[in-house]
Ligand binder design. Structure first.
Ligand code: SF4
Ligand code: SF4
Length: 281
């Protein structure tokens, strides 16, 4: 279990606790203000990206201190976790509103609208989160041929997520002033600042999943399709036995590799039950 499960989930998966999505948490005025201003900080976020690139060239001691400060601050404000599609379905099972909106990361990095993010609420109309999203600056929410945000049924949303898996995108839940969870994004290492920061710069602003992948060598035929989708470089091919193997130290447990496996050879195991991976977050 990650530390959020212990602090915000009573020892269970914290992102499966309905109260972490509640309007009660959103009634905190500072949290509402944080969300409202979050989506206006395009230029500030661009400056952060430049600083991260500069930090990569700094001495190790400075990088270590900066990592502690940034990760500590983000855990309080805006932190994520990789979540496989089974748990996404569980989340969709108890929320009452799902809206699809433009991804802020892609808006900053690409300057264009990519609808990879999903706002969640326990209220049928989106509740307080819906009010905030509707009030956001139109330049972020609307592209040339779209309007505002789309309300989706649970079935539509899960179909979207399956389609994102085929694109190799990794599902992540996000807090806005922890432990309030406002939504799920679909990330890649090139365009998503959080994943870039966590994986490339080694400054964690999201946890790995509560799971880890394993390959059944009796089922794997060595087609290597799964390697194409793994964003973390966790899968390698053994020419000696004609099968793939998963590096547990690299695997984030996203489960995306399974979406292309015709042999059903990859399964997810609970991270806490795999000693070599239980402490890797
Ligand atoms: S996609 Fe499945 S069968 Fe193909 S290499 Fe990966 S695990 Fe093996
Ligand atoms: S090997 Fe691990 S990190 Fe890579 S796609 Fe599969 S579950 Fe995700």
């Amino acid at each position: 279990m990650c530390e959020f499960c212990l602090k915000h989930g009573e020892g269970k998966k914290w992102y499966l606790q309905a109260n972490n999505y509640s309007d009660d948490l959103l009634s905190d005025i500072r949290r509402r203000e944080y969300i409202e201003t979050f989506f206006t900080k395009t230029e500030e976020v661009k400056r952060h990206i430049q600083r991260l690139d500069q930090l990569a060239k700094a001495p190790a001691i400075i990088r270590t201190v900066a990592r502690r400060i940034i990760t500590g601050r983000m855990k309080k404000d805006h932190f994520g976790q990789v979540v496989p599609i089974e748990d996404i379905e569980r989340i969709f099972g108890f929320v009452n509103s799902i809206v699809r909106v433009a991804c802020f990361c892609r808006y900053v990095t690409l300057g264009t609208e990519k609808r990879y993010c999903y706002g969640l609420s326990l209220s049928p109309d989106g509740g307080g989160l819906g009010q905030i999203i509707r009030g956001l600056d139109n330049s972020f929410l609307t592209g040339p041929d779209t309007s505002g945000f789309e309300s989706l049924t649970k079935e539509q949303a899960i179909a979207d997520f399956r389609s994102h898996e085929k694109e190799g995108l990794c599902h992540t839940v996000w807090t806005f002033r922890t432990p309030f969870i406002a939504g799920i994004c679909n990330c890649d290492q090139v365009d998503c600042l959080a994943m870039r920061c966590t994986v490339k710069h080694q400054i964690p602003i999201m946890f790995r999943a509560e799971y880890i992948a394993a390959v059944d060598p009796d089922l794997c035929n060595g087609c290597r399709q799964c390697m194409r989708l793994c964003q973390f470089g966790a899968i390698s091919y053994s020419a000696a036995n004609g099968k793939v193997v998963i590096d547990q130290a690299r695997c984030y447990g996203c489960g995306i590799c399974r979406s292309v496996c015709q042999k059903d050879a990859i399964r997810l195991e609970e991270r806490r039950t795999v000693p070599a991976a239980a402490g890797l977050w």
